[in-house]
Write a protein that binds this ligand. Sequence first.
Ligand code: ADP
Length: 499
Amino acid sequence: TSLTNGDAGSLNKVPTIKFTKLFINGDFVDSLSGKTFETIDPRTGDVIARISEGDKEDIDIAVKAARHAFDNGPWPRLPGSERARILLKWAEIIEENAEELAALDAIDAGKLYHMCRNVEVPAAANTLRYYAGAADKIHGEVLKMSREFHAYTLLEPLGVVGHITPWNFPNTMFYIKVAPSLAAGCTMVLKPAEQTPLSALFSAHLAKLAGIPDGVINVVPGFGPTAGAALSSHMDVDKVSFTGSTQTGRVIMQAAAKSNLKQVSLELGGKSPLIIFDDADIDKATELALLGILYNKGEVCVASSRVFVQEGIYDEFEKKLVEKAKAWVVGDPFDPKVQQGPQVDKEQFEKVLSYIEHGKKEGATLLTGGKTVGNKGYFIEPTIFSNIREDMLIAQDEIFGPVMALKKFKTTEEAIKSANNTKYGLAAGIVTKNLDTANTVSRSIRAGTIWINCYFAFGDDVPFGGYKMSGFGKDHGLEALHKYLQVKSVVTPLYNSPW
Ligand code: ADP
């Protein structure tokens, strides 16, 4: 496994860090306290930059700016087509700056540079385009009501939105939150994860270049229990849209309930099953299973962390899976040959390793992996456990790392029961050529997304979000646009009514 800096050409892409301060009301400013925190390069554990640390007082100022922009500014009042024009311009600017945006996520989160550059950043531009297309098609209904009255509905922007984002897909999360709320006409304060603030700050700069008016987007880096808590308990924030852990989602919902009953949408954890039936193409199935758990080093809410394989192909599947996992290339995420970079930080690295130890102690069979890679940074081998029992911690908890729990099954009924044996319900995958099996299983699994013969297939127009303790409220699709709108009913008498 190579832990060098990859080939020289690719590594020259490591960016200069230009933006490290809070972005409030159109300007980059220091935090009131003057405090800063370090953001770390997970390849080495070295400090990349010091970032201004936002706290409650900074959140207050940012929310005031967003409130002023909402109550008095042009943004919510612009014709949808004008908002669309700015979003489309921003999409172009993203493409012009794709390399820098991609490199910021690669260095800050240990993500594969080429995946960011070729997939995630272009997708972020397209997310803006999708919602730009919707911005001038927001309309209510005309309702008949009764003989004497006539009613119609208006879809109004919800107001000031607080976005709290995680560290695994910094660019993607920024744009799937910001784009629909901007199209709806909302203003916002976004708190990026403390592990990965760099691309959100750069995107704030791009927003300004695109012509987003001051105060419409504010970005306040800081920690969860301080800045994040201030946002979710703020009396003047109308909604919090959160993506992160189930545990933090619960805290945010409590804060919302205790303060002003602001709306909440939560995209939380998962322990998603991938069910592979006897009729599957084994090569394709092993590839899906590996991609499902190793993409973004397993730091994916929809990771297929539980894989159920039918008994007829189990042995051959296991053999091929292990061979491929052993050949998987872990190393510098800027190296185009590398398939898996480092875990995001020391805390996650240690957490994943402790789950691996737990798996061994609980008696699961470690088929491959389990160790760290190299002597610096936070690299972990692709790890596969078999012979798991469903009550084991490694089969129940979201590990958020490159750790798969593999289990054999006999019947479809058994697979469905196992797949649903989780508190989560974010996604599931099914691999089969049998349409009846695919239909039966997809309707029997309690999860928000079902992938048949594919995995990680996202679309701007395809609603995404969880069932059960994976949360509620969708990202993507027109559902996400409606999440940032509210319905007003307007009633008027028709004839000479006594009113
Ligand atoms: P993880 O534990 O994997 O870092 P979290 O769900 O805690 O995942 O983090 C996701 C986001 O939630 C981050 O931006 C983080 O700062 C924020 N966060 C953490 N704790 C709180 C909290 N108490 N209130 C609001 N936001 C929080």
